[in-house]
Structure formats: C-alpha cells, structure tokens
Design a protein around this ligand. Structure first.
Ligand SMILES: Nc1nc2c(ncn2[C@@H]2O[C@H](COP(=O)(O)OP(=O)(O)OP(=O)(O)O)[C@@H](O)[C@H]2O)c(=O)[nH]1
Ligand SMILES: [Mg+2]
Ligand SMILES: [Zn+2]
Length: 342
C-alpha cells in the first residue's frame, strides 16, 4: 500500500521534472528562434572568440567594443578562443548569438585527460618560444619546440629572455642564436629586469596574434606580467576568489596588448597553452619540422630511407658536407629516438 503510493509519487515527480526540462528547452529554443525571426537580433557581423565557457562564449566585434556574451546555435560545436565567427548582437540586452564559424587559418591542439587531441586556440600568427640565459637552453629543446610549431603551421619566433644575465660576449649562446637566425627564424632578446627590456618584443607583437610557450623558469609569467599588467592583477584576484581558479587556469583568453607603439597586438594565453610543445609528434612531423632538411628530402637512394646509416642518404651526405649543422642532425636523431618513449 505505502509502497504503491510512494512509487506513484515518485512517478509523478519524475514526470514533473521531465516536463519542466522539456519546457525549459523549448522555451530556450523558441526564445532564440523568436528573437532571430522577430528581429531582436541585429544583422550578422564578424567577430572573434576571446574566451569560452562551455555553452557560452565571449565574442568581440570586428568593429571593436567590449566583448559580448554569446550563445551558440545548436549545430555549432568545438569553438575555441581565437576563432573568427559570424554572430548577431541582441538589440535588447548585452548578449548575442553565434551563427557560424569562419574557416581557421590554423589551430593549436593539446591532448585532453584521455589523450585525445583537442583544439585550444585558433588563428594564431606566431608562437613565441621563450627560453632564457638561465636555465641554459638545450638546443634539443629548442628544436623540439620548433618541430611542434612547424607541425601546426604557425610561425615560430625565438625569444631569449634574461639577457641581463648574459656574459659580456655571450659566447656559445650567441652562436646558438646565430644558427637559428641563419635558418630564417626570427630571434628576439628580452629582459624583465630592466626598463625598456621588452622593446624588441613589443615590436614583434604589434599587429599580430601571439601565443607564448616555453619551459618552466624561463620567465613567461614575468613577461606576461609586463605585457598585461592590469590583467595579471585581475587574474590573481579571480584565482583567489575561486580558490583554485579552475576557470582562469583552463580557459584560454585573447587579450589585447596595451601600449604597443605600432598597431594593435593580441596575446592568447592560458597555463595549458604555455605547456604547448611537449605533446605527441610522429616521425613524419619531426622530419618535416627540420626546415633545412626539406631541400634534401626525396633525394636519398632508398625511398623509405630513415636517414640513420643508409648508404646514399642525402641527409647524411649534407651533414658530411656541412650543409646541415651536426648539432641539428643529432637533435633530430634524439627526438626520433624519444618518440618511442612517449
Ligand atoms: N635575471 C632575470 N630574471 C628573470 C627575468 N625574467 C624572469 N626572471 C626570473 O626567473 C624566474 C622564473 O620566472 P617566471 O616568470 O616565473 O618563469 P615561468 O616561465 O613563468 O615559469 P613556470 O611558471 O614555471 O613555467 C623568476 O625568479 C623571475 O623573477 C629576467 O629577465 N632576468
Ligand atoms: Mg609561470
Ligand atoms: Zn636518407
């Protein structure tokens, strides 16, 4: 008796909850639908995702102005910070709806908790690979970052930080930098220890969308503190608010860099993005990532040459002649060896 009563009550509650849920969903759909048809949204316009929070995004209009919180049309999935979108602003409130994504120039991906590659940011002009006088950079690590950058199709820039610690003549480090410049990679030097120590970096950032990556201790946080003084304060306060600051640590944001002399620069940043370059690569990406090898690839005697000890290997011959720097080739071999361990 009581059992039957209870189950009837349970059933009623379940039905009520389901009905409410359906109603809510319908209301949401028609609200967006009605707004769209009733002209409550303005015309379609271009914009850029500056932050995303699951089902909502912050979009900045191409014409400028503050970011607008936007909902997504049901068929839109997987938008990331930096995506260019078509959206409509609501007339009545400070919200909007994203109706389409514009094709991406490029995308940065990172493995999620299950090892699946997930896009984290899009439409980036340059990857700033930060290294420092201390801890001294291993050429191998720089090469690893360069390979990862080449695999994304985003132009890498080497940023040598802590130049205040550079010995008078700089010796080895200058040779190392010279070698990369010789390959065509831009090199910028910075120090956060001196006023004006970011001048060369400012010039590089202007008019571009950048992402900053690099090993622990090289000074990424210090550089960003200088580049975005107000934001750093705000992020610090936010992290304290939410204890662990889960949102601020996982969400990539696009920041407009203030105070650049020429042109507006943008930085996309999140702690997750700063760790870029330490993920998975395959053998083909590694080979393609050594840009000076390109001219010799396809010239080996064996079509399936793996450039180890094969006779008639065009790469080995180029190293022998001095056309490929032996340290770059050693680096290449070491990265290939490390692929098995990943
Ligand atoms: N001498 C000198 N020290 C610097 C410079 N930039 C940063 N540092 C110091 O280097 C240390 C590491 O800097 P961070 O900015 O924390 O480095 P990070 O790259 O953010 O490191 P992680 O957060 O661990 O990835 C700090 O003690 C900084 O004060 C610089 O230009 N010159
Ligand atoms: Mg840091
Ligand atoms: Zn070969």
């Amino acid at each position: 008796m009581s059992k039957r009563k209870l189950s009837r009550q349970q059933r009623w509650r379940i039905e009520k909850v389901q009905a409410e849920r359906t109603q809510r969903a319908e209301r949401r759909d028609t609200r967006d639908g009605e707004k769209l048809t009733a002209g409550e949204y303005g015309p379609e316009q271009g914009g850029r995702v500056v932050a995303h929070f699951g089902r909502t995004l912050d979009v900045r209009a191409d014409q400028g102005g503050d970011a607008v919180r936007c909902h997504l049309r049901a068929n839109l999935e997987g938008l990331v910070t930096g995506d260019r979108v078509i959206w409509r602003a609501a007339h009545d409130a400070n919200d909007g709806v994203v109706v389409a994504r514009v094709e991406r120039d490029n995308v940065l991906e990172r493995p999620d908790a299950r090892g699946q590659l997930k896009p984290v940011a899009a439409n980036i002009d340059q990857l700033l690979i930060v290294f420092a006088v201390e801890p001294a950079p291993h050429a191998n690590l720089i090469d690893r970052y360069l390979v990862a950058a080449e695999a994304t199709g985003i132009a890498p820039v080497l940023v040598l930080n802590k130049t205040d610690l550079l010995p008078e003549h700089g010796g080895e480090l200058r040779d190392l930098l010279g070698r990369y410049e010789g390959l065509g990679y831009p090199v910028v030097t910075t120090t956060t220890a001196r006023e004006g120590g970011l001048a060369a970096l400012h010039a590089r950032l202007a008019g571009r969308t950048s992402v900053l990556v690099g090993q622990s201790g090289v000074g990424k946080s210090s550089l960003i503190e200088r580049l975005l003084p107000d934001e750093e304060l705000r992020i610090g306060a936010l992290s304290k608010d939410t204890r662990k600051g889960t949102h601020t640590t996982t969400t990539a944001r696009l920041y407009v860099l203030p105070g650049l002399a020429s042109g507006e620069g943008e930085l996309i940043d999140s702690p997750g993005i700063r760790e870029f370059g330490l993920g998975h690569l395959d053998e083909q990406q590694v080979t393609a990532g050594f840009i000076e090898f390109r001219e010799w690839l396809g010239h080996c005697r064996f079509r399936d040459c793996r450039h180890r000890h094969e006779p008639g290997c065009a790469l080995l011959a180029a190293v022998e002649r001095g056309d490929i720097h032996p340290q770059r080739f050693t680096s290449y071999q070491r990265i290939l060896e490390s692929l098995g361990d990943a």
